[in-house]
Design a protein around this ligand. Structure first.
Ligand code: MCN
Ligand code: CUM
Length: 789
């Protein structure tokens, strides 16, 4: 079993006891004993497979399933027609659009779901797909979002009544008039177009489900790769018309989510229908290409940025126009009121006078989605935009990019700080954070080295980015998903012997919640973390809450855990008073026990109190037996982690190959619960950032064929492409979070791409080139000074 390391003395590094506790869940993972959706085997279980569209845009003339139905091992073939009869052919999306489960009229992206085969085994189901005869009439596709609103563009969503174009939404934030005024008086205005290309979270485990509908008691049980079991259950209930208590969603172990597992995919609905139709459990697991081609992508933002400043380098304002490619159905996952996610935090970490953004969303013949891949709801795009354009400004002014940032960073005394688009940043010391990163990097020395190398014709680059994140969605008054407020429940029960079980509404996909949530409870109650069982990922066993994404687990559910533990502690005080025959007010808490003020020998440990709570002890009036509590935590505000990143690259002048030589990351996520887990989160996110900056890209040819449909084409970083990370941290607790913690899960993915790109462009002396900066694109940029998207 896990051994608990001695809680070290409280330091800046370790305000929460137990610190670098090894992960409890790894006991099963490192032994191959994890239990994932695909490990679920049920008696009589059948297997589903999906027939997908080869075309990006085509009318369906006919579907002939007779040969597939005649296959000896096939039990059912489901098409859009079958679903229409159940009113399930179209379902609502997380963005209040509709999405086809199986295409009825048209296919609208390559890889769209057309038919679902249920067979006795996985291979027969796949074989039978080839027996389905679909006649398509190809239509011209819309691939380039910049052409989507042309008068002659084909209409993708002719299923929507009265729809005569491919427009989805227009959204704006900030003050246009004030921003224009600031630009009019500025000495310097720099303008830059940039694309944050379409990328994919590509979790190790693809998406899937096992659906088991029990006809006798009418209960549907789903084992599924979901980041939000409770939200999924409610959505299934609303869509399928089943009562919630007749639906159980179980998220077993999950092999990475990164936002890919927030939504409900057509395959899940088909598996449910397959189980209802056949009366047997049905498993559906997608393969790698299906995952890359059809499930939630990320980014795809075409951004036009403008920055205004004085000649001395004081930033005055930022103005942005974004064209957002949302694919064929608007199935972006974000709080309802925010069609561009939290992009409007694009003013970043700087103290400026005015800002304004306009975001326009359009349909194209591509897979739907839009918010995934450790994005903090589009903060990734926002950070990239501001950190790129600040570098463009530095180049224009002939200023060092670190100096320009230092000059404009928010100062500690400005917190809480309301930015020009309305976000209220809770806490931070930005200059100290950047200075720390520069010290670790040896920034001034690096610049000297770079100058020497330049003189010899060697290309070395140094890139900086400073980011502000907003995580912890969110205050109910500001945000909801499909009308569900974003609060999280938590229940804590201390057993008679002082062991405990805590039930969470969030769901880990690898972030280590079974460990860190036990640490939070342990810190509050003095019960060792190994004595605390963390239950999550099963709607029949956990309280309602909206799940894990947007790095909200620590800010919201982590707060709930601290609050519920404090409730238990308050109750334990009353019981300890009865045990010690003193008034509860005369007791003082010290981690793990109550003692009588002025008489520390007279005390009761939390374990003794737990036993007494279940014993024949005479309890004071109004105090029920047992030691347990529950809570629902509605965050008063978002939390604002931040960080300073510095990347050092060498570029081969002959081939354009980029080598990331060093990467320094100083993060501040407030109070740190488990520094080891935080470092793991940061390492992973930095690798993501290097991947996006240099390698990852989902492209399409002019017919809409997806060019990133396998790991041969969609390149993800390995240990070979990344350096040994150099991490540092500062600690600025959140003033409104019970333990001062902010989220960390997406910080590095959000903050790092700009540092890498800034470094490469610094090396080759080009103002801007779009990601991914692979050798051919870097080479082209070196030769021609820019490179087409
Ligand atoms: N933590 C901590 N101290 C803090 C903040 C966090 O010790 N001050 C710990 C937490 O206790 C938790 C982990 O760090 O164990 C991440 O916490 P948090 O920042 O709250 O993020 P979430 O748990 O909500 O995770 C979601 C986030 C998102 S949205 C994506 S995307 C992403 C990420 O996590 N997906 C991941 N990191 C991932 N890591 C893995 N291994 N797999 C994924 O799918
Ligand atoms: Cu936007 S990816 Mo994470 O929030 O699951």
């Amino acid at each position: 079993m896990t051994t608990v390391q001695e809680p070290a003395a409280a330091t800046e590094e370790r305000p929460i006891g137990y610190g670098r506790l090894k992960r409890k869940e790894d006991v099963r993972f490192v032994r191959g004993k994890g239990r994932y959706t695909d490990d679920v085997q049920l008696p009589g279980m059948l297997h589903g497979a999906i027939l997908r569209s080869p075309f990006a845009h085509a009318r369906i003339v006919s579907i002939d399933t007779s040969a597939a139905e005649a296959h000896p091992k096939v039990r059912a073939v489901i098409t859009g027609k079958t679903l229409e009869s159940m009113n399930l052919a179209w379902v609502p999306t997380l963005s209040l659009d509709t999405q086809a489960v199986l295409a009825t009229d048209k296919v609208r992206f390559q890889g769209q779901e057309v038919a679902f085969v249920v067979a006795e085994d996985h291979y027969s189901a796949r074989d039978a797909l080839e027996l389905i005869d679909v006649e398509y009439e190809p239509l011209p596709p819309v691939i380039d979002p910049r052409r989507a609103l042309d008068p002659d563009a084909p209409i993708i969503r002719d299923d929507l009544e009265g729809k005569t174009d491919n427009h989805i939404f227009d959204w704006e934030s900030g003050n246009k008039a004030e921003t224009d005024a600031v630009f009019a008086k500025a000495d310097v205005v720099v303008t830059q177009d940039m694309l944050y290309p379409r990328v994919h979270p590509a979790p190790m485990e693809t998406c899937g489900v096992v659906a088991d509908f029990d006809k006798v008691d009418g209960k549907l049980t789903l084992w599924s790769t979901t980041q939000a079991p409770h939200a999924h259950r409610t959505i299934y209930a609303m869509v399928a018309g089943l009562p919630e208590h007749k639906i159980r969603v179980i998220a077993p172990d999950i092999g990475g989510g990164f936002g890919n597992k927030v939504g409900i995919y057509p395959g899940y609905v088909c598996a449910v229908v397959g189980s209802i139709v056949t009366g047997k459990p049905v498993k559906w697991m997608e393969d790698r290409s299906e995952n890359l081609m059809s499930t939630s992508f990320a980014r795809d933002y075409h951004m036009h940025g403008e920055i205004a400043a004085t000649r001395e380098g004081k930033i005055l304002g930022v103005r942005v126009k974004v064209l957002a490619d949302h694919g064929a159905f608007n199935n972006q996952a974000q709080p309802t009121k925010y069609p561009a996610g939290f992009f409007h935090i694009f003013t970043g970490s700087y103290d400026l006078e005015a800002a304004h953004c306009e975001v326009r969303g359009v349909y194209t013949n591509k897979a739907p989605g839009g918010v995934a891949y450790a994005c903090s709801f589009r903060v990734t795009e926002a950070v990239y935009l501001i950190e790129r354009i600040v570098d463009c400004l530095a180049a224009e002014l002939g200023m060092d990019p670190a100096e320009l940032r230092m000059k404009n960073l928010l100062r500690p005394e400005q917190f809480p700080y309301e930015c020009k688009t309305g976000w209220v940043y809770d806490s931070g010391d930005y200059p100290a954070c950047l200075r720390k990163a520069m010290d670790i990097a040896g920034y001034e020395e690096l610049r000297k080295e770079q100058a020497e190398k330049r003189a010899r014709g060697e290309l070395m680059g140094i890139g900086i980015s400073f980011f502000t994140e907003t995580v912890g969605a969110g205050p109910r008054k500001h945000m909801d998903i499909l009308g569900l407020g974003m609060a999280d429940g938590c229940e804590l029960r201390v057993h008679p012997t002082g062991k405990a079980v805590v039930r969470l509404s969030v769901q880990t996909q690898g972030q280590g919640h079974e460990t860190t949530f036990a640490q939070i409870i342990g810190e509050e109650l003095g019960i060792p973390p190994e004595d605390i069982d963390v239950v999550h990922g099963d709607t029949d066993q956990t309280p309602f809450g909206l799940g894990t994404y947007g790095s909200r687990s620590t800010p919201v559910s982590g707060a709930a855990a601290a609050v519920v533990a404090r409730k238990v502690r308050d109750k334990a005080r009353l019981i300890a008073g009865a045990m010690l025959e003193v008034s509860p007010e005369d007791l003082e808490w010290e981690k793990g026990r109550y003692f009588v003020k002025g008489d520390p020998e007279k005390s009761k440990t939390i374990q003794e109190i737990a036993f007494a709570a279940h014993s024949d002890l005479e309890l004071p009036d109004g105090v029920e037996g047992h030691l347990e509590a529950q809570t629902v935590y509605n965050p008063p505000e978002m939390t604002y982690p931040f960080g300073a990143y510095i990347c050092v690259v060498d570029v081969d002048p002959g081939t354009g190959q980029v080598k990331v030589r060093r990467f320094i990351a100083v993060d501040d996520c407030g109070t740190r619960i488990n520094p080891m887990i935080i470092e793991g989160q940061v390492h992973g996110g930095l690798a993501d950032g290097v991947g996006m900056a240099l390698m990852e890209f989902i492209g399409f040819d002019s017919d809409g064929n997806c060019l990133g449909g396998s790991f041969m084409d969609y390149l993800i970083p390995t240990a070979l492409e990344v350096p040994a990370w150099e991490l540092g941290h500062t600690v600025t607790p959140s003033p409104h979070h019970p333990i001062g913690a902010k989220g960390i899960g997406e910080s590095a993915t959000v903050g790092s791409p700009a540092a890498v790109v800034n470094a490469v462009l610094d090396a080759i002396g080009v103002r801007h080139a779009d990601m991914p900066l692979n050798p051919s694109r870097v080479w082209t940029a070196m030769k021609y000074g820019s490179v087409e998207p």
